[in-house]
Design a protein around this ligand. Structure first.
Ligand code: ADP
Ligand code: MG
Length: 238
């Protein structure tokens, strides 16, 4: 049993703790000896070199991968919204922004679009508004720019009422303006949601971060995002 569910012992629903976690893909150990916690309502940033293990840690956090050693402690009712790296969308699929965000309100049952309740529609509309896509409800997702699509995926996570949002390099394919918009949205969600952001875009990521973790096979926590930025200037290779 690797995933430890402490139930009522963990009072804060969105607290997550990694204890001595290891995960290897065959011979390749992506991460080992990983200890860190995700404090509630803070924005934590993962920075580190390509191949350092950021995506692996996010997949462990969301339960897509299971630790081979160590434990991940979390509240039994926590809901995690995951925005994967390079999510592959079938862009020819005839889905509108509203339909995609409405799907986020579904829990276990799948309903045809016509059966969404007014409350679900309200939640979707609110999420669409918060990511600045009002007016785009009827637009097909294949007609969105990269930044708009990324924001629609975030809206879907918001509509799902997830407690934690984990975004894996959401700014990787965005131009500067779209990335700025994205960071602006994350800033508005800060404090309300617990956010984990993996990014290569060190400056803006550390700028909005409450906490900075450096990921390179293991996880090193810095006293502050500024401390990590200063160290990177001093030359940790990234
Ligand atoms: P990052 O997201 O920081 O770039 P990853 O977590 O994707 O790092 O990768 C960490 C290490 O694990 C790398 O050495 C990578 O090559 C390896 N890796 C990642 N995914 C797989 C996989 N599916 N199979 C084999 N090795 C993998
Ligand atoms: Mg990655």
């Amino acid at each position: 049993m690797h995933l430890h569910d402490p139930g009522s012992n963990m009072t804060e629903k969105t607290s997550i703790e990694f204890h001595n976690v290891r995960f290897c893909y065959g011979e390749v150990c992506a991460v080992k000896g990983v200890n860190f916690s995700l404090p509630p309502h803070q924005l934590t940033v993962f920075v580190g070199p390509n191949g350092g293990g950021k995506s692996t840690l996010i997949k462990l956090l969301t339960g897509l991968l299971k630790p081979q050693e160590g434990t991940i402690t979390y509240h039994k009712d926590v809901e995690i919204g995951y925005v994967p790296q390079n999510f592959a969308f079938d862009m020819s699929f005839p889905l509108t922004v509203e339909e995609m965000v409405l799907q986020g309100t579904l829990t276990k049952q799948i309903l045809p679009f016509a059966r969404y309740s007014p409350a679900q529609k309200e939640r979707a509309a609110d999420a669409i508004r918060r990511v600045g896509l009002s007016g785009f409800e009827r637009r097909g997702i294949s007609q969105l720019s990269g930044g708009q699509l990324q924001r629609a995926v975030i809206a879907r996570t918001l509509a799902s009422n997830a407690d934690i949002i984990a975004l894996d390099e959401p700014d990787a394919c965005l131009d500067i303006d779209a990335a700025k918009e994205l960071y602006g949205i994350l800033r508005t969600l800060k404090g309300e949601k617990t956010i984990l952001l993996a990014s290569h875009n060190i400056e803006p990521a550390l700028d909005i971060a409450d906490r900075a973790l450096y990921v390179n096979k293991t996880v090193r926590e810095y006293f502050s995002p500024h401390a990590l930025r200063d160290e990177l200037k001093g030359g940790i290779s990234i």
